[in-house]
Design a protein around this ligand. Structure first.
Ligand code: COA
Length: 176
């Protein structure tokens, strides 16, 4: 198995349009804003993401972020969003990384590769610690973070969603 985490770029738009339509728009706090877009809208969305990765045109209530796609044997299977820093809201909920694996590729261990590779990119950007939030009842996500070295820092009830939320921290200095 050959895997590679690549930043989202316009050059991959054709290859990725169908892939992004297989990931639900919203699932356990992970949002896929490309779901339901037309192809021209998708192209504009990628351009926006490329700008955000370079810290350009970032709205006041947002932070710069890089979107990555995990390819396994050149097939896109998952995607992650790495925020370069946190604002007050993201410190409480959201954290540095949001990710998902396309439903047809789940249960094969890909999320652990996706998270580990994204953490390595965070280390390259000097981010430490990296914070990741999951709902406590999102068992695959919690197991993923624990398997990749995340330390459970906090579990608290989130009023607005009526669910328990967990905060995990990763020490990127420990990554290989
Ligand atoms: C959470 C998610 C990324 C996991 O992706 P995945 O590729 O299916 O997960 P993996 O196969 O890598 O498994 C990760 C761990 O969860 C476990 N797991 C996977 N599916 C499971 C299931 N249905 N029930 C219980 N455990 C499960 C695996 O055994 C593994 O645990 P281990 O390391 O102890 O062996 C995927 O379900 C997803 O995209 N969900 C929607 C978005 C989301 O919830 N994102 C996380 C919040 S940011």
């Amino acid at each position: 198995m050959k895997y590679e985490l690549r930043p989202l770029t316009l050059a991959d738009a054709d290859k990725l349009y169908e892939f992004y339509q297989t990931i639900p728009a919203s699932e356990n706090g992970a949002a896929n804003k490309a779901f339901g877009l037309t192809k021209p809208q998708f192209i504009e969305w990628i351009k926006q993401k490329e700008k955000s990765a370079r810290g350009l045109d970032v709205r006041d209530d947002r932070v710069a972020a890089t979107t990555y796609v995990l390819y396994v044997d050149d097939v896109p299977v998952g995607r992650s969003n790495l925020r370069h820093y946190l604002n007050a809201a993201l410190e409480q909920d959201g954290g540095h990384i949001g990710l998902s694996v396309a439903p047809q590729y789940r249960g094969r261990g890909y999320s652990k590769i996706l998270l580990h590779e994204t953490l390595k990119r965070a280390k390259e950007k000097g981010i430490n610690p990296v914070l990741v939030f999951h709902f406590a009842d999102n068992i695959p996500a919690c197991k993923m973070s624990e398997s990749v070295g995340g330390k459970l820092m906090e579990e608290r009830f989130q009023e607005k969603r009526g669910r328990l939320i967990r905060k995990y921290a990763f020490d990127t200095s420990l990554l290989d």
